[in-house]
Design a protein around this ligand. Sequence first.
Ligand code: GLN
Length: 230
Amino acid sequence: MLRIGLAMLQGARHEHEEALLASAIDLGLEIEIVYLRTAKDVDETIDALVLPGGESTAMRKASTSEGLLDGIYSWMDDFTARPVLGTCAGAILLAMPDGARNPFIQAGISRNAWGRQRQSFEAAVVVDLPLHESSNVKVARTADEFGHTPLAVDGQIDNDGSALFPGVFIRAPRFESESVTCDVIARFGDEIVGVIDGSKCAVTFHPELTGDRRFHTWLLQQIVNQGPTN
Ligand code: GLN
């Protein structure tokens, strides 16, 4: 049983949980989602972590009473090979940790650099991650009880026939491309919107709000690839 920690700071936590559970089914893995609320929750039994989006300043403040972010950063220092997925504000927290800590990804990032909340947008993103054969990239665009249909440009195909990723950018940060020295795995035009630095993946959009599970699958696959002893 793999234990996946979900930082309960802000943002679309339950959507991350759903995407992880669906990815686990795709991969035939048994996972348990652990809600991380205090530093004590982030112990050596956690195999991987998700840092959701939200508002990074609010997330930093919200975490001070229970020391959650500090606990997460210490866990990352202790278990450097264990995978982490940071989305949007989560990417900011990986690139710009608090205090004297070094960045966990070698990529400069600039907050709110696409403009204000109303300049949020959806765009097709080229992602360099494999699509699992059982993963369903088509979002069921059926309305919920409020009459709202899910976000996401789905089903778009790149020139080489690969599936484009439905990128949902909500007051997103921007990577400063000249500062990126780790692997680029997602681009929107010339813009870098996703990176992998060793065991850490950071994207400036919200994969959990779409039906494309490539990033959540990557996280689970990393745990399996690393083996049990780390
Ligand atoms: N604008 C937020 C920040 O700077 C990030 C937005 C998001 O996570 N959707 O922290």
